[in-house]
Design a protein around this ligand. Sequence first.
Ligand SMILES: [Zn+2]
Length: 176
Amino acid sequence: MAVRDILICGDPVLKRKAAPADPTDPELKTIVKDMFDTMYENRGVGLAAPQIGLSISLFVINHDWNRDEGKEKDGVEEVFINPKLLKAYGKDEGYEEGCLSVPEIHEKVQRKDTIDIEYTDLKGKKHTETGVTGLRARVFQHEYDHLHGILFIDRLSPVKKMFVKKELKRIIEEME
Ligand SMILES: [Zn+2]
């Protein structure tokens, strides 16, 4: 088990657009394993490679593991390599999000509730899925944003964003 350090908001890697990942790279298996370890250790439901300092197009999700009881292997582990958000549609939905790179902040973010997606898994198999909904669609969109240098706080209204940034500055200063 290798838990890696998570980059915190303000690090330039989190602002960068991630480069395509090579699904045949044998190193990817270790990275993915470490990403799950890191995600579970920090009680997350998703983690994108840039959050551990790797600017490549890859994220992992386990959106329904039982975080309260710490049963770390339940739920479904999913790996998304070079994912594409083909379409976001349906109704706008507000849902309270947090992020392992944005300590202590939780805010309601508006996103579409249905998505069509494309990605490659760790075995190199390509998938296309339509009509993805629920928490899985929510977490996918949050992690997908990470690959484009976008944090959930960037999606808040300008006033809310200003407030959150001030709060965040204080939190990060206290952590140092
Ligand atoms: Zn995040």
